[in-house]
Design a protein around this ligand. Structure first.
Ligand code: GLU
Length: 463
């Protein structure tokens, strides 16, 4: 099957997660069918469009791994093209110049409402055969009767009576095309076979189909994905974690986690939750898209992120966490140290930010390590101090400070002293990291090295 999709963001803001999900669906469909995926910047709103948003959208697309084919398309560079198509419609008599003022059109809409009809333009200029004039727009002649029917990939069959539509503006008085006109021209010119977009556009689709028909063009397949709701079922807002994709990056989320999460949030394959990108490409054929709105769940996203962090090779995780470690103020760390830290904490962190934060006690010298007073009061008592002191001597004399060796050494120490782990491990943990957290004790000591391990025990013994 020949599949050409596109993602068509307006650069009036950053790429938010709803848009990101649409882009992922379009990308997956194209990749599944070995087709093409295009990116088009819909920048005709000159007042609200900004280059910085285009740059940010492109950066997010790259971060998510959504490569596009061919050149980027900017609508502002295609104004002549849109005019040619409008002229075609004018020449064939399917469109006409309209000189009605905004006030006049408003009055017509009020009049329709007063008669219990949908607010609409009454076709005043339809047969007046105006030519181009200052302040004149171009309208498409809407058929007098009939239905527009299309089979939506997500919502199933949609049928709209043309009586609900009116002669829509396709070219504004300033000569620019309206959204519906530009989109039809672009989707046709770019050979788009499948238009997947947010369902805020579903009411535009019958209008776009009218334009296709007036131009004698075959319309693409449409799919309108429902919006993403907050965890409470309300429209997703900042409060729910609805932010730009770039903010998730700053929060230390991995793109593969966000992609997996967003795809699952509107599509399913049985009850499988975790999908590699290859698997998604293999499975995503545009079916099984969920017609009802899904709720955004930050916990699930973080759960997936933790999964992907564990699945990464340590070296790769270290590379990814480096900027976060720098940001946390640890200075430059060698690759080996960073990998050591990742190995220690990767199973305990849900994000790269959390992972970097977990490094802190390991990188703070004994003299400056903050100790949790409550934990110290509970764990560091005369009898535990005595045990720590004996353990210190064993550690000081150990021929090796390798984790495996330390593990054995600690186990023998506990057994030989006739202790239980509970009688020494929490005290040692307190001495080493200052609170009840962290990784395996032998791993922590191996990472800290002999000198720092002993210094921390020594400091605790002064409490
Ligand atoms: N530029 C539109 C938007 O950002 C997308 C329109 C479309 O996909 O047809 O909402």
């Amino acid at each position: 099957m020949n599949v050409v999709t596109r993602f068509a963001p307006s650069p009036t803001g950053h790429l938010h997660i709803g848009g990101a999900r649409t882009a992922i669906f379009c990308w997956l469909l194209a990749r599944h069918f070995n087709g093409q995926f295009h990116l088009r910047i819909e920048d005709t709103d000159l007042l609200r469009s900004k280059q910085e948003y285009t740059d940010s959208i492109l950066a997010s697309m790259r971060w998510l791994g959504l490569s596009w084919d061919g050149e980027l398309t900017y609508q502002t560079q295609r104004m002549d093209l849109y005019r040619q198509y409008v002229n075609r419609l004018l020449e064939s008599g399917q469109a006409y110049w309209c000189t009605c003022t905004t006030e006049e059109v408003d009055a017509m809409r009020e009049q329709a409402k007063a008669m219990g009809l949908k607010p609409r333009y009454n076709g005043h200029c339809r047969e007046l055969h105006h030519g181009p004039a200052e302040g004149a727009c171009v309208r498409l002649k809407c058929p007098a009767e009939g239905k527009i029917v299309f089979d939506d990939m997500v919502k199933g069959r949609i049928s709209v009576d043309v009586s609900e539509l009116d002669d829509m503006v396709i070219q504004r008085a300033d000569g620019t095309p309206t959204y519906n006109m530009a989109v039809v021209v672009d989707d046709y010119e770019m050979g788009i076979t499948h238009v997947i977009r947010g369902d805020d556009h579903v009411s535009n689709t019958p209008r776009q189909i009218l334009i296709y028909r007036a131009l004698g063009l075959k319309e693409p397949v449409f799919g309108h994905v429902p919006m993403i709701l907050g965890s409470d079922g309300a429209k997703l807002s900042k409060r729910h974690g609805a932010r730009a994709a770039s903010e998730y990056e700053k929060d230390g989320l991995l793109p593969q986690a966000l992609v997996n999460y967003l795809v699952r949030l509107g599509w399913s394959h049985g009850d499988q939750e975790i999908f590699s990108l290859e698997e998604l490409v293999e499975l995503f054929d545009g079916t099984h898209l969920n017609p009802s709105a899904a709720r955004f769940d930050t916990n699930k996203l973080q759960w997936l992120n933790a999964h992907y962090m564990r699945a990464l090779p340590v070296a790769e995780l270290a590379r990814l966490v480096r900027p976060f470690a720098l940001e946390a103020g640890y200075g430059e760390l060698s690759e080996a140290r960073l990998e050591g830290l990742c190995a220690l904490f990767r199973d305990r962190a849900k994000t790269l930010v959390e992972l970097a934060a977990a490094f802190k006690p390991m990188l703070t010298p004994a003299a400056e390590l903050p100790y949790d007073e409550k934990v110290v009061a509970k764990q560091i008592r005369p009898e535990t101090k005595e045990r720590l002191e004996r353990l210190r001597a064993v550690l000081a004399a150990s021929p090796s400070f390798e984790a495996a060796h330390l593990e054995q050494l600690f186990n023998s120490f506990v057994a030989d002293s006739g202790l239980t782990f509970k009688e020494i491990a929490p005290a040692l943990r307190t001495a080493l990291v200052g609170f009840m957290g962290g990784s395996h004790l032998h791993d922590i000591m191996a990472f800290l090295g002999r000198e720092e391990t002993l210094a921390r025990i020594d400091r605790t013994l002064t409490f």
